[in-house]
Design a protein around this ligand. Sequence first.
Ligand SMILES: [Fe+2]
Length: 444
Amino acid sequence: MIKSVLASILLAASAVQASPALTERGLENAVSTDPFTVPKDDRNPRARAAAIDVKRKGWLYSTYPMGVAYYPTGTLANKTIAKDQESWLPPIANLQAAIADEQVTARAAIIAKGGLNKLEDYANLYDGQWATSFPDGPFPGMLTNFTDDRLFSMIRLSASPYRLKRVQASDKLLFPVDAAASITGLSLPQLQAQGRLFIEDFSEMKELDPTDKFGAGCQAYFYIDPKSGDFLPLAIRPLVKGREDSALIYTPKDQPTDWLLAKFIMNQNDGWHTTWAHITQSHSAAEAPYLAAIRTLSDDHPVMVILNRVEKTPWNIRPLLEAGVESGASPTAGPQYYAWTSLSGREWANQVYSSGETANFQSNYYRTFLQNNGLINSKFGPALKSFPFYEDASVVTEAIRAFMTSFINSYYASDKAVAQDTEIQAWRSETDVAKHTSAPSFME
Ligand SMILES: [Fe+2]
């Protein structure tokens, strides 16, 4: 191996000496020991095509009980999935064992401190607990600032801004807020006219299949305060199926416990969205093009190599979730913190995936998405003075963009070269077969 590497370097070095006119790129290629090639540089295109054909036969499209995107099946796919299982199951089993152990200790500590009698007592649940299963604990500030409106509103701008939108001047308002002027100094139409008003609408969640817990589908207004510039909650309207006409509107002017309850109900919606949308936004939206790539790109293609690195054990997510859905399907099981059944979670995830809301590839590019919702670069209204999600995501995403740009530039001299890459073009066509919505084109 080392001999052959050395041989090619020596060969290349002598070739450089013999041809002084070799360009810089030519030099790079000549000394390259990169085993990965785009199709036109492959010295054995027949063997390459045959190997792709084997993959196409061993990786087929199938459905999965969890739904959303296609799931792979076939001899090669099943082998990979079984092998992946060996690596992802043990850590999960270990974590479950740690939770089972540590909840006994946590419970004993709560009882020793007199139980859960007032809201602040819930902080004791995390005091020196969960050393293995939850070592970092909740987000900093969560256990001390939980009644602060800024914590509530900044969750939107920190964790998941995917249902938050700036209300445009021509938008129809969802509901009136009589107390708006006494809370903000401006009426609701004035806030709207100045581009200071935002909405989050989870009203479709009132249709979910309920458990014996109480839940609602909330609509909420947020605003940029004219004086402080803070992003704050203005009102929450929880909607219950069949009782929409008598829905109450809660604001910070209500009794603190009533307002806190409204914020809890709304956070249930946001948590549900974060949990169930995540499998479609982060997983299926990437799994669909990955499966299409496996079926069209050679394993020697540099893009395939990168995808294999990025998509680590991706096929475990749905089996895990499906197991959770099934074990949570009985009326007495399932996460106790949501008011809806796990079966309706599965249904909801499929709705937001098939509608394109979470799966549409190009409109969900993070900057496009945030801009379309008026959260960044808005020509209307003041800018958000702090947007932690964007501030963090842009660092990571721009670093990935810089890396990928340099990666692609190292294999392709021009856009034309990409357009002429037969495997890349086959991948693009295959994304239609894989029902991957709005995949970008790689044509010039
Ligand atoms: Fe995930």
